[in-house]
Design a protein around this ligand. Structure first.
Ligand code: ATP
Length: 359
């Protein structure tokens, strides 16, 4: 199969706001490539520079070629006009281009079908639900047949249930239209559920890019590990790297633990381990042949329906452990925890302010 070409390329993007003493460095050398037809997410905490990056792609931060770029945008406040019907809202970009009436009618009909609003052409905008208003905003962005869709936190005004439903719809819509789409969110679950690729941003820096599964299970940055979900972090020192990068051992105060090293780690390096709570099975008796075995006592066990969320004391420290609800777990019980080496991720430990800023 032919390689997909990149539809959007950003190379060493720098952006400052303000002047003199007030000057803030908002984007610090952001470089990324977005393959044609993919759904690509900028994920990061508030203020990390997601929207500014998106606005640079849109040309809104530099006025020159803005209106020539074949893009469609949907914002957090989806800004549909209350005094217009669904069809008038969606037709608006074509109306201002003075396209012929029959073409407008046909194209409005086509995009309303795509977003599942056909039949509601004459409904006044205020008489729509939140999810329907969002779909009107999508339809309006789609009507110009954009090459790239930019979605800036488009679901954040919807209630929790509708958000989940609409993110499936956005994914399905993107698959159907195959339009290269950039999606901005600070919600990690949303990013994991919707994206082909996620670019993790923090403090104006793009930390790493990867597919959801890869970033969740094998992050290369500590920030990614903690931002994408709950995890246990344990300090240690790498004491062995062997077997063509297939095996590493790290000494922690909990004992010697095995892991599969990411490229770039070094022996004797100060490091941090990340193990996700769902990757720590609890055993009543010491299991044969399993690695990374730790003994602990359950301090807290909260039944969540789909799991017990436990805190297990290992020495002075507490480990977050999520177990299958099939086996009941109660505080005070002693267990043996294990974790396969594939589930143990190790990052270099950054010490000192300068290194800390590099995450
Ligand atoms: P959020 O999720 O809160 O929208 P974000 O990751 O999208 O955050 P940006 O909106 O890109 O972040 O903002 C990045 C930084 O730039 C923030 O510190 C913000 O305060 C600052 N900033 C953004 N726009 C301007 C502006 N027009 N003038 C000055 N500072 C700005």
């Amino acid at each position: 199969m032919a390689e997909k070409r990149d539809m959007v390329q950003i190379d060493s993007l720098e952006k400052y706001f303000g002047e003199d003493k007030e000057r803030v460095h908002v984007l610090k050398g952001v470089t990324l490539n977005i393959p044609e037809g993919s759904l690509y997410t900028f994920l990061g905490p508030s203020g990390c520079g997601k929207t500014t990056t998106l606005r640079c792609v849109a040309g809104l931060e530099r006025p020159d070629p803005t209106n020539k770029r074949p893009i469609g945008m949907v914002f957090q406040s989806y800004a549909i006009w209350p005094h217009m019907t669904v069809a008038e809202n969606v037709a608006y970009p074509l109306t201002i281009q003075r396209r012929p009436k029959d073409e407008v009618k046909r194209r409005v009909g086509d995009v309303l079908k795509i977003v599942g609003l056909d039949g509601l052409e004459d409904r006044p905008a205020p008489k729509l639900s939140g999810g329907q208003q969002q779909r009107v905003a999508f339809a309006r962005a789609l009507i110009n047949e954009p090459k790239v869709m930019l979605l800036d936190e488009p679901l954040s005004n919807l209630d929790a249930k509708l958000r989940v439903q609409m993110r499936s719809e956005i994914k399905a819509l993107q698959r159907r239209t195959n339009i290269t789409t950039i999606f901005v969110t600070h919600d990690q679950a949303e990013a994991l559920a919707i994206s082909d690729q996620i670019a993790v941003m923090h403090g104006g820096v793009l930390l790493e890019v990867g597919a959801p599964h890869q970033l969740y299970s094998r992050p290369t940055r500590r920030f990614t590990a903690t931002f994408l979900g709950l995890t246990n972090l344990i300090d240690g020192k790498i004491v062995e790297l062997a077997g063509d990068g297939q095996q590493g051992k790290i000494q922690t105060k909990k004992g010697l633990l095995s892991f599969i090293p990411a490229p770039g780690l070094k022996k004797d390096q100060a490091a941090v381990i990340s193990i996700r709570p769902e990757n720590i099975p609890l055993h009543k008796v010491k299991p044969q042949g399993l690695e990374n075995i730790l003994e602990g006592t359950v301090k807290e066990a909260i039944f969540m329906g789909d799991a017990y969320q436990c805190k297990v004391a290992i020495g002075d420290d507490l480990l977050a452990v999520h177990t299958h609800p099939f086996n009941a777990v109660s505080p005070g019980e002693k267990f043996i925890c294990s974790s396969i080496r594939q589930a143990v991720t190790v990052f270099p430990r950054m010490i000192g302010k300068v290194l800390m800023n590099r995450y």
